[in-house]
Design a protein around this ligand. Structure first.
Ligand code: URA
Length: 219
């Protein structure tokens, strides 16, 4: 308490009465959480009520797949089907994602783990609010450190923005290998965007071919 008081007094003397808390990228209260494996972590957070989505959800959607995956796919938030079953990407967009994975010789249970930025369904599939992302992000960070994939793929704008802290159009984020705490990260279109706009499929296919080569070369 003394240290906190001292910090606050120093802060007030330097900056006035408004407290500015600098959010630190990629760190979270779960980074030092004594959890040994992904299953234990899931058990410890699946009753989460940290934000209002915890009240409205049917199921908490932790994510699923291979806990030792080389490839981690990160979507936005569960939709209706996912909320009912507690599994990620099992609706129309998920079926398309399964087809894409199959086309590059992968499947969701082998060497791939799929999760979302937000673990509970936002009402009417609206975008998650910044406050909801903020509450859920530590869970994603902890998942990444437990899985330790060789490549992270952000599916769509919300995942890209959350992981990279960059406010840029998705097309400008695509053609680059980014870095997430030392893990290479690529951004591609969300499968739901491909369903809405099939013109994007060619670019997404190029991204996944690159992903296939990268995973094959590194593993
Ligand atoms: N869209 C997502 O971003 N995630 C899901 O799990 C389903 C649809």
């Amino acid at each position: 308490m003394d240290k906190i008081r001292e910090y606050l007094i120093q802060n007030r003397d330097l900056f006035g009465s408004e407290l500015f808390i600098n959010s630190i990228v990629n760190t979270s209260k779960y980074d030092n959480y004594p959890v040994l494996n992904l299953n234990e972590f899931k058990e410890s957070i699946c009753g989460c009520k940290e934000c209002p989505l915890g009240q409205s959800r049917t199921e908490f959607v932790f994510g699923g797949g291979d806990p030792n995956a080389n490839l981690l796919l990160v979507g936005e938030a569960p939709g209706e089907q996912e909320d009912l079953k507690g599994e990620p990407f099992i609706g129309r967009a998920g079926k398309l994602l399964d087809k894409i994975l199959l086309a590059i010789g992968l499947n969701r249970n082998k060497n791939v783990f799929i999760t979302n930025v937000v673990k509970c369904r936002p009402p009417n599939n609206r975008d998650p609010l910044p406050s909801e992302v903020e509450k859920c992000e530590p869970y994603l960070n902890k998942q990444i450190s437990l899985i330790n994939p060789i490549l992270i793929v952000a599916l769509g704008r919300v995942a890209a923005k959350t992981l990279l802290k960059l406010e840029m159009p998705l097309k400008d984020l695509r053609d680059k290998i980014h870095d997430y705490s030392g893990i290479p990260l690529r951004v591609t279109y969300h499968p739901a965007a491909l369903l809405r706009n099939p013109m994007l499929k060619k670019a997404a296919w190029e991204d996944f071919q690159w992903i296939q080569k990268y995973i094959n070369n590194k593993s």
